[in-house]
Design a binder for this molecule. Structure first.
Ligand SMILES: [Zn+2]
Length: 364
């Protein structure tokens, strides 16, 4: 199946109220250990259904089996003491109790691979799996052992690569690394952050993505955004090097953000997941608003490289809001698809494109 403008989401969806406290990050599980795994998989099915029902093309697990997009992965590694938590400032923005690195880090067993195999069995759609990126991982813990951000990032990159290769073998089509820290530590990103990310993807044949956003719609993030001025040019510092990197897809925050859209020209040639849904408001975008964001991005991104998406994860939102936003994303995308194809179906449009400019429509 070839789909023009295949829709996807950045990663997380709200958890059902029977599994975890809703609208809360790091919410403790509500189920006892003996039925927790089954409960997480049931929630994954609910989340997959929400995506497929809305018409999302590239689906994911909605991160139903993790408490948090970074710490759950870290807590499964050796060398990490998650009983002895310390309070650190995340991305210079808010305090959180995080695990402590006490010795050499390693991965004894796969973390998400069984969940990915489960998801693969449930759907024929292309699937995407999110992992934390090395730089965001080191920013979400206290390091009492390596005492070097770069050295620890490199160790995490090797561990992530092991996990990513097993996810690929489990049938994952796109492996995404979440790197909101890329929007904060520009010098480190250029010095070693992108290199560490490439190390994490080494040898993968599936597509790779990096998600760089301005964070969940929590107060610490929205306050930070208010301090960034009228134009958010953070991406400008890292795009030139990312453009040169081996990463296939870049996932960005666009709708309702103050990112100048022309910055997308700096990553020409990459596939772009364009954030057309704001996760920091309960207000539901209209299909026309989504379409306007996509049209704007199309000035700088080829249609065959654009993946309409959400700005970030929707874990902290009420389920009815998240589901309505999925529908808005799909409806807005459909408007732009029709405009691009002039009413032709996707296959006829692809054939026309092939004959006119010898360019094949990629995408799943
Ligand atoms: Zn995000």
């Amino acid at each position: 199946m070839k789909t023009l403008l295949p829709t996807s989401i950045a990663g997380s969806l709200p958890k059902p109220a029977w599994l975890a406290q809703t609208e809360t990050l790091w919410s403790p599980w509500k189920l006892p250990d003996d039925i927790l795994q089954e409960g997480k998989h049931d929630a994954l099915l609910v989340s997959l259904h929400a995506q497929e029902h809305a018409g999302i093309n590239i689906v994911c697990d909605g991160e139903q089996s993790r408490q948090h997009f970074v710490t759950t992965f870290i807590e499964n590694l050796r060398g990490v003491d998650f009983e002895k938590r310390k309070t650190v400032r995340i991305r210079n923005r808010y305090d959180a109790d995080v695990p402590v690195i006490v010795s050499e880090v390693s991965r004894d067993k796969p973390v998400f691979v069984e969940d990915a195999k489960f998801l693969r069995k449930q759907t024929k759609q292309p699937i995407k799996w999110a992992l934390p990126g090395p730089m965001t991982m080191i920013d979400t813990l206290y390091d009492d052992y390596y005492k070097s951000r770069e050295a620890l990032a490199w160790e995490f990159a090797k561990i992530l690569n092991e996990e990513a290769k097993e996810l690929e073998a489990a049938g994952v089509d796109i492996i995404q690394f979440d790197e909101p820290a890329f929007n904060v530590f520009f010098d480190d990103v250029n010095d070693w952050g992108i290199a560490a990310l490439e190390r994490a993807t080494q040898g993968l044949k599936c597509e790779t993505a990096v998600h760089i956003c301005y964070g969940y719609g929590i107060k610490a993030n929205t306050d930070w955004k208010k301090s960034l001025g009228s134009e958010w040019r953070q991406y400008e510092a890292i795009f030139p090097k990312l453009q040169q990197s081996s990463i296939d897809i870049i996932s960005l925050e666009c709708h309702n953000s103050r990112v100048p859209i022309e910055l997308l020209a700096l990553i020409k040639g990459k596939k772009i997941m364009v954030g057309a849904i704001d996760v920091a408001t309960h207000e539901i975008e209209t299909p026309q608003e989504v379409a306007a964001t996509l049209r704007n991005a199309l000035k700088y991104v080829d249609a065959n490289k654009l993946i309409p998406c959400t700005n970030c994860g929707m874990a902290p939102l009420p389920r009815r809001v998240a589901n309505a936003k999925l529908e808005a994303l799909v409806a807005g995308t459909e408007i732009v698809r029709k405009e691009l194809t002039g009413g032709l179906n996707t296959e006829a449009y692809a054939n026309q494109r092939r004959t006119t400019d010898n360019e094949s429509l990629s995408i799943t």
